[in-house]
Design a protein around this ligand. Structure first.
Ligand code: PLP
Length: 402
């Protein structure tokens, strides 16, 4: 154990020495994972309620995903998008069959998917409405990525500071406020871009009728509705896509995180009408829709869709989780302000900074995440069980009781 601890210490020293300091990392080196469990390089076991921040929808190293990757790796790793790619075609067909969309563009991350959505929107608007229609309204407190366009779309100054000048063409309104959205529309507006639930912003769930009204406002003003489902898609909220909760469909939707079950893949989906504005040469990605990642994504999507078990389970576990956390809130009303979420994207808002709780939970073998300063965010694999949730809640009780 001592020798293994030294290996971890050396690795962390090398991490500090050789990697750019873009992350505030926990002092842990994770080496192995199965289901909801991960193990550190010192052999210590953890329950993973971070799940790659909504990436590991099927848990770690799900056999179906692993086998799909192994098989595809033996057949074909990569070919250029100058050719048709079998797993890419199959994945696009599956996504379109199970969503509002008619067409898919593949890329490698959430930011790239949103970047593609912004480009498609601008091109569509110019072709249909003229040069002046380029402005996209997004929400304050939103998160859409770290490229220059997507960090500008992100309605949080802290992510933009130091990178000015930002991209022109974005305007921000408070989330879940339909009047503010209506008032922000100008003759330059071409689209509204929103997360169905704000993830990084602190798991903010809008009122039930908000998106119906957003859709109406978009239709009335000839605006496209772009939904960023990078975090909420792929079953996370208990439906395959979160927009299904709201009884509307978007014109464009972006996916990444859970899409590949752990491998890097992003996708931008659109209706036929909108997608027609992309023609050969409009946009591209060398690795986008690569055979290996598409094979993993097909396995992930098929597992989620198989007989509906995972989505039912996600809903049941989500309700159980919220019930248990609400009991904890009753025990610690001075420390816990709110419990909220949908499916298995759940938040516990504290009156205090959440960082010490993240550290204390990790010491006790449970990995959780803190966002927006004081919001503990739980995005475990969708196959999490009651006993795992019970354990997390016990540990949280010990941590908050100190
Ligand atoms: N959009 C949303 C809603 C996200 O939560 C994230 C990442 O957290 C992104 C976009 C950016 O995704 P990526 O980190 O894959 O670029």
């Amino acid at each position: 154990m001592e020798a293994k601890k030294n290996v971890a210490k050396e690795l962390i020293e090398d991490s500090d020495r050789y990697l750019m300091r873009t992350y505030n990392r926990q002092p842990l080196v994770l080496r192995k994972g199965r289901g909801i469990k991960v193990w550190g390089s010192d052999g210590k076991e953890y329950l993973d309620f971070v799940g790659g921040v909504a990436v590991n929808v099927l848990g770690h190293c799900h056999p179906k995903v692993v086998i799909a990757i192994q098989k595809q790796a033996q057949r074909l790793l990569h070919v250029s998008n100058l050719y048709h790619i079998e797993p890419q075609i199959k994945l696009a067909k599956l996504l379109c069959t199970h969503s509002f969309a008619d067409k898919v563009f593949f890329c490698n991350s959430g930011a790239e998917a949103n970047e593609a959505a912004i480009k498609l929107t601008r091109k569509y608007a110019k072709e249909h409405y003229g040069q002046e229609r380029f402005e996209i309204i997004t929400a304050l407190n939103s998160f859409h990525g770290r490229t220059l366009a997507t960090v500008t779309a992100t309605g949080q100054e802290k992510f933009q500071k130091g990178f000015e000048p930002l991209m022109p063409g974005f305007r921000y309104v408070p989330f879940n406020d339909i009047n503010a959205l209506q008032s922000a529309i100008t003759t330059n507006t071409c689209a509204v871009m929103l997360e169905p639930i704000q993830g990084e912003g602190g798991v903010k769930v809008p009122s039930d009728d908000y998106f119906k009204k957003v859709r109406e406002v978009c239709d009335k003003n000839g605006l496209l509705l772009i939904l960023d489902e990078v975090q909420t898609g792929m079953g996370r909220t208990g439906r395959l896509f979160a927009y299904e909760h709201y009884g509307i469909t978007p014109d464009i939707m972006t996916l990444a995180k859970g899409l590949g079950g752990g491998v890097p893949i992003g996708a931008m989906l659109a209706t036929e009408r909108v997608a027609a504005s992309f023609q050969p040469g409009s946009h591209a990605s060398t690795f986008g829709g690569n055979p290996l990642v598409c094979a993993a994504a097909i396995a992930t999507l098929e597992a989620i869709l198989e007989d509906g078990f995972i989505l039912d389970h996600c809903n049941r576990m989500g309700a159980y989780f919220i019930k248990k956390l609400s009991q904890l809130k009753d025990d610690y009303p001075e420390k816990i302000v709110d419990i909220r979420g949908k499916g298995l994207i759940i938040a516990m808002e504290l009156t205090i900074d959440g960082t010490p709780a993240v550290r204390a939970c990790a010491e006790k073998g449970v990995l959780i995440n803190c966002t927006a300063g004081n919001v503990l965010r739980f995005t475990p694999p969708l196959l999490v069980e009651e006993k795992d949730i019970d354990h997390l809640v016990d540990v949280m009780g010990e941590v908050l009781g100190k």
